[in-house]
Ligand binder design. Structure first.
Ligand SMILES: Cc1cc2nc3c(=O)[nH]c(=O)nc-3n(C[C@H](O)[C@H](O)[C@H](O)COP(=O)(O)O)c2cc1C
Length: 336
């Protein structure tokens, strides 16, 4: 059985599943595999990425113009780096997300180019601001999510955002199996936006050592922390910390960010560890759903499993749950 939502209609994809943009991880190969599996794959563009990356990875994601894809940008980085928006528009993606900061200055230009605009939000206020700015798809990103995020859990957030806005709402954060997809759709989401479950896919741009750490980690091993941004001197707004696997660096520095800011040795240690792939010190951004990632499944197969699995679950569960009579409550409220 197939799935139809405002997202599948708008994006012309079989499954309401978006492969999250993940800087340094979701390049063209992963985005393409997600789209080939029936979702929409996105290329993640980091604040320090070279603008040339966008055209190169877009060629791979679109398989030379054959497939749709999306690009994810960080709003806070665009003021200083307008070329990232220019190059994104030139690559002709179907979807662009502008997250972590106000999308308002960019929406009109993207719409003029015929591009659908999404934005990840972490509160009701941000959802309402995104709708005001003309954003087409509101992505409610819970704190379970890997990478930079807010502090409200996905379940309360999607309920809040679904009640607050009329635009299609897509759920992000902690979704990694057909059960998670079915739960989000049953609650009223138009789709899901998944990142962590793709981290161990062979098409991801991460190193083999990082993929092994992802496969080995359980759901209790992540931390929401600013230490990696502080130690790299990256200009992330303080309201967005990043969820990563806990390691020796977070154990040493989380809670001591001010001290870390002035510590040149710690900064060099992190830079060296990143260069050599030493993940006891370097970061691996990942969400709580990391505990559900057990095998390095190809991304197209993973997306197909999510979509097909969610549609059978919904069909089975709804049939089993719904009874053909009105619910009756005893008058006196007694348990019967
Ligand atoms: C490794 C990693 C890198 C990420 N990088 C970005 C990014 O560059 N841009 C962005 O908008 N979101 C980024 N995110 C957040 C995702 O878009 C998304 O919100 C998240 O992966 C969804 O939750 P999940 O990880 O539980 O599936 C990243 C997430 C991860 C795990």
């Amino acid at each position: 059985m197939g799935l139809r939502t405002p997202l599948t209609e708008r994006l012309g994809v079989p499954f309401p599943i978006i492969g999250a943009p993940m800087a340094g991880i979701s390049h063209g190969a992963l985005a393409r595999a997600v789209t080939e599996g029936g979702g929409l794959g996105m290329i993640g563009v980091g604040s320090t990425d070279r603008a040339e990356l966008i055209a190169r990875e877009a060629r791979i994601a679109s398989d030379g113009g054959r497939l749709r894809f999306g690009v994810g940008l960080m709003a806070w980085a665009l003021d200083d780096r307008p070329e990232l928006l220019e190059q994104t528009m030139a690559a002709k993606p179907a979807l662009v997300s502008v997250s972590f900061g106000s999308p308002a200055p960019y929406v009109e230009r993207l719409h003029e180019a015929g591009i659908t605009v999404a934005s990840q939000v972490q509160s009701t206020a941000r959802a309402l601001a995104a709708v005001d700015a003309g954003v087409d798809i509101i992505v409610a990103q819970g704190t379970e999510a890997g990478g930079h995020t807010g502090t409200v859990g996905t379940l309360p957030l999607i309920q809040l955002v679904l009640e607050a806005v009329d635009a299609p709402v897509v759920a992000a954060g902690g979704i990694a199996t057909p059960r998670g997809v079915a739960a989000a759709l049953a609650a009223g989401a138009a789709g899901v936006w998944v990142g962590t479950c793709l981290l161990a896919c062979p098409e991801s741009a991460s190193r083999a050592q990082a993929r092994d750490k992802v496969l080995a980690a359980d759901e209790t091993e992540t931390i929401l922390t600013r230490v990696f941004d502080v130690a790299q001197g990256i200009g992330w707004p303080e309201t967005f910390a990043g969820r990563a696997l806990r390691n020796r660096f977070t154990d040493t520095w989380h809670g001591r960010e001010e001290e870390l800011d002035g510590d040149g040795d710690a900064r060099r240690l992190l830079a060296d560890a990143r260069a050599t792939g030493d993940y006891d010190t370097a970061y691996i951004y990942a969400g709580q759903a990391v505990g559900l990632v057990h095998r390095p499944v190809p991304a197209a197969q993973l997306v197909r499993n999510l979509g097909e699995g969610a549609s059978s679950l919904l069909a089975e569960r709804l049939e089993a749950l719904l009874v053909d009579r009105p619910t009756r409550w005893p008058d006196n409220g007694a348990i019967v």
